[in-house]
Design a binder for this molecule. Structure first.
Ligand code: SF4
Ligand code: SF4
Length: 471
């Protein structure tokens, strides 16, 4: 399939899913925009009302935001490959180059956040800049912070590795956290330090999800290669990689390692009994019979066909196995009796939305459990199984996708409005951007609540002045 034309690649997805037909029903009541369109095109063609054109196929694959609600990971990967093939052959709109590199934009704007805010929020300059970047005119651009997270972390010396022997975390903070909402990775550092954990901020680039969604495989691979080199060095120095953003976690744990367990290199490493990738995260791995080696049929069936197939599979597995979602990491501490539970009261009625890329990590909803440890919190959990906020990385900002993005998120927004929370919580900062766009509620990452609870414990009172029970 990789040597095929983009149209053939997209058509193969359409034909496979038309034959299967499961997602006609399974995805009907979800925010996915791709499957309704796929079946509409198939039905139109079957009724001889117009065959599926090259233009239809290109538009179709652009509807996928990799939300992972659908059941077949290989189908999602094939859609991304078809997107990439279209982009490689037909090129990008120039403004996509500006938008897809969130990190570069963050760094440029971070040189003078005041000036950037004046220009971006200005009535005329804001509209002109949005037009230049291909952003929909109604998209709200968040205010840039005075100091971004990397600058704050450098000031604390977090960019230097320590030689301590205790628990050590290499924090992967994500572009949105680093450059738009630095209060989130700051809260992560504070909570980890409250638990006696040494925090290090390794050199890192974007996790690659925005460029992957745009079909820019070259940029995505450049990011992945850079991150693999620096994260592997941290792992070798005894650090666990911890992501405060679920999308980064999903990329590093799942998408990066997808298919790598079927690689010849991994099988050879297992056979030789010296897999550098081996750790305790082996539950659920496919059992790979070494007798498959040399059997051409099984070799064809069981091969590394993940998106990152051309990158070293052993490194991909190693990084995946040493990477944790921040909530998952803290909940592990709690379950092993190692979490500092001196949490002060935070008196709030909150709604918690577990984002798509958390669900895809198959770790449950660790923050729902952790927030249960905070006195004073009244939490209503929103079922994330069939919801998506619709922001889709940078896709929701794009002029052409804005309306689809809003429509995709409409059911979720409706549900949150019925709850009317004092505070809306989600661990995904892209969801936060969409919530800021569409809802009137204050939005926080659950780690900010935990940080607040530790602070309130220290002060012996919660924000409304009552003495806490837990402290
Ligand atoms: S994504 Fe998988 S389950 Fe859904 S229609 Fe396609 S092949 Fe079937
Ligand atoms: S990843 Fe999400 S948007 Fe893409 S096809 Fe699957 S359900 Fe639809």
């Amino acid at each position: 399939m990789r040597d095929s034309t983009p149209e053939r690649m997209a058509r193969a997805v359409v034909d496979g899913c038309a034959d299967c037909d499961i997602c006609r029903y399974l995805m009907a009541d979800t925010p996915c925009a791709l499957f309704p369109e796929l079946y509409r095109l198939c039905d139109r063609e079957a009724e001889r009302d117009g065959s599926i054109t090259a233009g239809d196929l290109k538009k179709l694959v652009e509807l996928c935001n990799f939300c992972a609600l659908c059941p077949c990971p290989n189908v999602r990967a094939d859609i991304m490959r078809a997107k990439h093939a279209f982009v490689t052959r037909d090129g990008f709109a120039p403004n996509i180059r500006i938008l897809e590199d969130v990190e570069r934009m963050g760094k440029i704007c971070g040189v003078s956040p005041r000036l950037a805010n004046t220009l971006l929020q200005g009535a005329h300059t804001g509209v002109a800049l949005k037009r230049l970047a291909g952003i929909h005119r109604e998209r709200k651009i968040p205010l840039l912070p005075k100091e971004n997270f990397p600058a704050w972390a450098r000031g604390k010396g977090l960019h230097v590795r320590q030689e301590g022997k205790g628990r050590k975390v290499a924090l992967f903070a994500g572009c949105t956290g680093q450059f738009l909402f630095p209060e989130v990775p700051k809260a992560a550092v504070k909570v980890l330090e409250r638990n006696g954990i040494e925090v290090y901020l390794p050199e890192q680039r974007c996790c690659g999800m925005p460029s992957l969604l745009e079909g820019d495989q070259d940029l995505t691979f450049a990011f992945a290669s850079f991150n693999m080199e620096h994260l592997e060095a941290a792992v070798d120095a005894g650090y666990d990689v911890v992501c405060s953003c679920p999308t980064c976690g999903y990329m590093l744990k799942s998408v990066l390692s997808d298919g790598a367990l079927y690689s010849a290199e991994y099988r050879d490493a297992v056979k030789g009994g010296n897999s550098s990738a081996g750790t305790d995260r082996s539950a659920g791995e496919p059992r790979i019979s070494l007798r498959r080696r040399g059997n051409p049929v099984l070799e064809r069936l069981y091969k590394d066909d993940g998106y990152f197939v051309s990158l070293d599979p052993l490194k991909r597995i190693k990084i995946s196995r040493h990477t944790y979602d921040l909530g998952e990491y803290l909940l592990n501490l709690h379950r092993t009796g190692n979490l500092n539970e001196r949490l002060g009261s935070v008196s709030l009625r909150v709604a918690y939305y577990p984002p798509c890329h958390l669900r895809e990590q198959k770790i449950g909803e660790p923050y729902a459990d952790l927030l249960g440890l905070v006195p004073g919190i009244a939490m209503e959990r929103i079922d994330g199984a069939f919801h998506c906020c619709g922001i889709s990385g940078i896709m929701g900002f794009k002029h052409d996708f804005h309306d689809v993005s809003v429509a995709m998120g409409s059911r979720l927004m409706e549900e949150i409005r019925t709850i009317q929370p004092e505070r809306l919580l989600t661990d995904c900062l892209s969801c936060r951007l969409q919530f800021h766009q569409l809802l009137p509620y204050e939005v926080s990452h659950p780690i900010e609540i935990l940080s607040e609870a530790y602070k309130n414990c220290e002060q012996g009172a919660h924000p409304r002045g009552d003495v806490t029970e837990a402290c």
